[in-house]
Design a protein around this ligand. Structure first.
Ligand code: ADP
Ligand code: MG
Length: 609
């Protein structure tokens, strides 16, 4: 070739333009990703060839981004494999077959790492999103090869002529169109390199300044990476985050390719579903900030990187969810994460317990939402026990089998020092503590999973052991009334409203005159209500007032009512009810002030008697 030749690109190539136009407004930046990844491919190819063939020029491989503000030209230059005239025709003008694919078929051996990115996104032609004219100057690595210049203004018509360059490799000049001046800015270019090409294995310079980091830790063999390296890498990815709890290094070659590092962040608060912690890569090239389609929702709280070379990138996101490869990858990740939790627990149970508060939300949420995760992590359910330790749920059940008669007592932080806990503890019984809002759902979930797990809040019913079975029976008196009948009369008058059921029992603890019991189901509805932001106080007005007929105070009230001071008995009964409400933390602000007034009256009376 000694003169200029004009031509039209192949029909197949023309078809790519409508697609490119569609992307134009949403993700214009990706043209840079495409050109830099091609440049990186060109160098990877040459490195491969260098093992078997001789070539011209040095081995100081690099990619350079430069621009000329006045001319509005942006150049992307590599010293890779370059192209002959024939190759330009084949790979640029007839895009029907991808040069990368052909190269891989020819050179890639079995078991090689996938070093060539190829078939990445929209490819070379995406540069017409930002250019009014594109020029390729290229010279092949082969000895004595002729340089070529390819130029096109439309993308569909081109000219090709002999070039003058003496340097091996390819330089692509973009004559930026009127809307694309933003790329004539070193900051913008560095930002894009860092975003998309940070981990490419070739140094990338923006105006002579190196802009990429260059070591994708996830591609290393897990056995060769030290803990500090994992920590440093995390800090590099998430500069403002606290140290992670632990990490999972994924490294799969077969039956699919997957590499990545996922970190467990410290989760102090509620799960933040909108957090975007997993960065998705394709052969080290950044693709997306979200991995929603790749991991089940509970795992989106993890942070780190996933590199999946075979992921179909240009198909719709909703399609991805049904992709068999994506499904396989997703369940692999779930498995690895639960394995890791098991491993961490075995490695250092104390440390694991220490971290439990921070991973419990995530684990519980995972158990509830992912069947596979449940299967592999179900023995990692811990609760804090009222005796102070963190206990495995199954251990609690085992320990208390005889005593609790199949029940798992539970209490909120607030009930820990309540009369209910005192009653249980006095009989050597133990309760598990629930704390986060997710727990009301979680208990319900666990009950559905295992018929042996029946949760009962400490204030919903008294344990059998607390009751005095030997107490003398409540027989009817001369007026044919039992103690229960009489106490009901007194207390229903004192309570003075509907919705409170009055019962009597003989408790072993004689110093406790009465307690309030809240039916388990009402408590749960109320908790759910709180979860969804409703008021629960109305619901909790329906409760049982349980009166201890062995209590001295109650006995006194009974005899006062029969004697000369029935009004005194009623006041005392009301006080007993107030105290029970107080113990159950069921008093509203107004009720509390009303109670204080009643107590004042009572004390006044007591002092003047
Ligand atoms: P793909 O990368 O999937 O092959 P592209 O449209 O990005 O598709 O590139 C088409 C082909 O053009 C490449 O496979 C390669 O053969 C050739 N090519 C593009 N850029 C370069 C470059 N900088 N150096 C050498 N060859 C290149
Ligand atoms: Mg490409």
């Amino acid at each position: 070739m000694s003169e200029e030749v004009k031509g039209r690109i192949s029909v197949e190539t023309e078809n790519i333009f409508p697609i490119i136009k569609k992307w134009l407004y949403s993700e214009k930046d990706i043209f840079l990703r495409e050109l830099v990844s091609n440049a990186c491919d060109a160098i990877a190819k040459l490195k491969k060839i260098s093992l078997s063939e001789e070539f011209e020029g040095g081995t100081d491989y690099r990619i350079d981004l430069n621009f000329d503000q006045n001319e509005r030209i942006l150049t992307i230059q590599d010293n890779g494999i370059g192209m002959s005239e024939e190759e330009v025709h084949k790979y640029i003008n007839q895009i029907a077959f991808s040069g990368a694919e052909e190269f891989v078929k020819k050179y890639q051996g079995e078991g090689d790492k996938p070093e060539i990115i190829g078939h990445f996104g929209l490819g070379f032609y995406s540069c017409f999103m930002v250019s009014s004219k594109v020029r390729i100057e290229t010279k092949s690595y082969r000895k004595g090869s002729q340089p070529v210049v390819w130029e096109s203004e439309s993308g569909t018509e081109f000219t090709i002529k002999p070039g003058e360059t003496t340097e091996r490799g390819t330089k692509i000049s973009l004559f930026l169109d009127g809307d694309s001046g933003e790329y004539l800015d070193p900051w913008k270019l560095k930002e894009l390199v860092r975003k998309y090409c940070d981990f490419l294995p070739v140094p990338i310079y923006v105006k002579e300044e190196k802009a990429n980091k260059q070591t994708p830790l996830w591609s290393e063999q897990p056995s060769s990476v030290k803990k500090e390296q994992y920590d440093d890498f995390y800090k590099y990815l998430f500069p403002f985050a606290e140290d992670p709890l632990f990490h999972v290094h994924l490294n799969v070659d077969y039956p699919f390719k997957l590499q990545g590092i996922l970190y467990f962040p410290r989760l102090k608060h509620e799960l933040d579903a909108n957090r975007m912690g997993i960065k998705l890569y394709c052969n080290h090239v950044f693709v997306s900030d979200e991995a929603k389609e790749l991991v089940p929702q509970f795992l989106t709280v993890l942070q780190g990187t996933l590199d999946i070379p075979d992921l179909p990138l240009n198909v719709s996101r909703s399609y991805l969810q049904n992709d068999p490869l994506v499904k396989k990858i997703s369940s692999h990740i779930v498995k690895k994460v639960s394995d890791k939790l098991q491993e961490e627990f075995k490695r250092d149970p104390d440390e694991f317990r220490k971290n439990w508060d921070e991973i419990s939300l995530f684990v519980k949420y995972g158990l509830m939402t992912d069947e596979k995760f449940y299967e592999s992590a179900k023995d990692l359910i811990f609760f804090r026990s009222s005796n102070g330790d963190l206990t495995k749920l199954e251990d609690y059940v085992e320990r208390n089998k005889e005593k609790n008669l199949g029940k798992i007592y539970y209490a909120g932080e607030a009930e820990l020092s309540s009369v209910y806990m005192d009653l249980l503890k006095s009989q050597g019984l133990e309760a598990v503590l629930v704390d986060s809002r997710i727990d009301s759902h979680f208990l319900q979930f666990l009950e559905g999973k295992n018929a042996d797990w029946k949760f009962q809040r400490v204030d919903s019913e008294l344990a059998d052991q607390v009751l005095d079975k030997e107490a003398s029976p409540d027989l009817a008196d001369s007026e044919n009334k039992t103690i229960e009948d009489r106490l009901k009369e007194i207390f229903s008058k004192a309570v003075g409203r509907e919705g409170v059921e009055i019962k009597t029992e003989a408790l072993k603890a004689e110093d406790v005159p009465s307690v309030i019991l809240l039916p388990e189901h009402l408590r749960r509805i109320a908790e759910m209500g709180q979860f969804y932001g409703q008021k629960s106080s109305e619901l909790l007005k329906t409760h049982t007032l349980l009166i201890n007929r062995k209590s001295k105070l109650v006995k006194n009230i009974l005899s006062l009512s029969k004697g000369l001071h029935p009004e005194k008995a009623e006041k005392l009964a009301r006080s007993v009810y107030d105290l029970a409400l107080l113990g159950a933390k069921l008093l509203s602000e107004e009720e509390l002030s009303a109670m204080v007034r009643r107590q004042r009256d009572l004390l006044e009376q007591l002092s003047s008697d």
